[in-house]
Write a protein that binds this ligand. Structure first.
Ligand SMILES: O=C1O[C@H](COP(=O)(O)O)[C@@H](O)[C@H](O)[C@H]1O
Length: 246
């Protein structure tokens, strides 16, 4: 099951997303004292950053109990133009004065992408306590993007990692979308998360959005295979062009 929210423009999607995420954050902080969110790269940081900035201007958001982690990361230095962390820093953390030292868990770069994945699993354990595949970390929210080929996280159509059920964090060195080396959370982590939301915009995504939501072809795309623990299912935030064929 999925839920779909549409808005005419990307900034309006950002605003809806900001209201959604702050509501989840408030609930998580009231229940457990912190809010854990995994963010993706690509177009998502800009959409999220613009929505949060707008909301923050109206009434200040307290980010002190927010913990930002990553849904996936390109294996490049943190100051590289392809780094998902750099994009989040530019679009979200710096404009909102969110402390990278206190509230963000960047994925450190190394030439050895398997080592990067192993270190990220340790980071998950430091935030969530001991976790493994039978008992994955429980994120309050995983925020995902979707490419025009239907990929999400760094899980690409036809890739062997679509079957990964043992690791929480997987590495790949053959991503069809550059850069080739990446690390990614796996499906079991999404399935354990309290909430999972896609944020997708642009006409290039409209066919895949239609296939996943209207044609019952969701199993043909990595994005369509994502599930979460929320009984209302995965949430989709779409702008008018991505939703154009629904
Ligand atoms: O490479 C990636 O692409 C996807 C989708 O990006 P978008 O620019 O089409 O929104 C993104 O979700 C993922 O985090 C990133 O590594």
């Amino acid at each position: 099951m999925t839920q779909v929210e549409t808005a005419p423009t990307v900034p309006e999607v950002g605003l809806k997303l900001a209201k959604y995420i702050t509501a989840i954050a408030d609930k998580a902080i009231a229940a457990r004292g912190k809010f854990t969110v995994a963010v993706s790269g690509g177009s998502l940081p800009k959409t999220l950053g613009s929505g949060l900035l707008h909301m923050n201007e109206e009434s200040k958001i307290d980010f002190s109990k927010w913990q930002f982690l990553y849904a996936d990361e390109r294996s490049v230095p943190l100051d590289h133009a392809d780094s998902n962390h750099l994009e989040c820093k530019t679009q979200i953390y710096d404009p909102l004065s969110i402390s990278c030292a206190d509230n963000v868990h960047a994925i450190d770069y190394s030439e050895d992408v398997e080592e990067v994945a192993a270190k990220y699993e340790k980071t998950l354990a430091s935030v969530f306590g001991a976790c493994d595949a039978p008992q994955p970390p429980v994120f309050d929210l995983v925020l995902l993007g979707m490419g025009p080929d239907g990929h999400t996280l760094s899980l690409f159509p036809g890739h062997a990692l679509l079957e990964e059920r043992t690791k929480l964090v997987a590495s790949l060195a053959d991503s069809p979308k550059p850069p080739s080396k990446r690390v990614t959370l796996t499906y079991p982590v999404c399935e354990a998360a309290r909430n999972v939301a896609f944020v997708t915009s642009g006409a290039a995504k409209a066919d895949v959005v239609y296939n996943i939501h209207k044609e019952g072809n969701s199993n043909n795309y990595p994005s369509g295979l994502v599930k979460c623990a929320n009984e209302d299912g995965v949430m989709w935030f779409l702008d008018a062009t991505a939703a154009g064929k629904l």
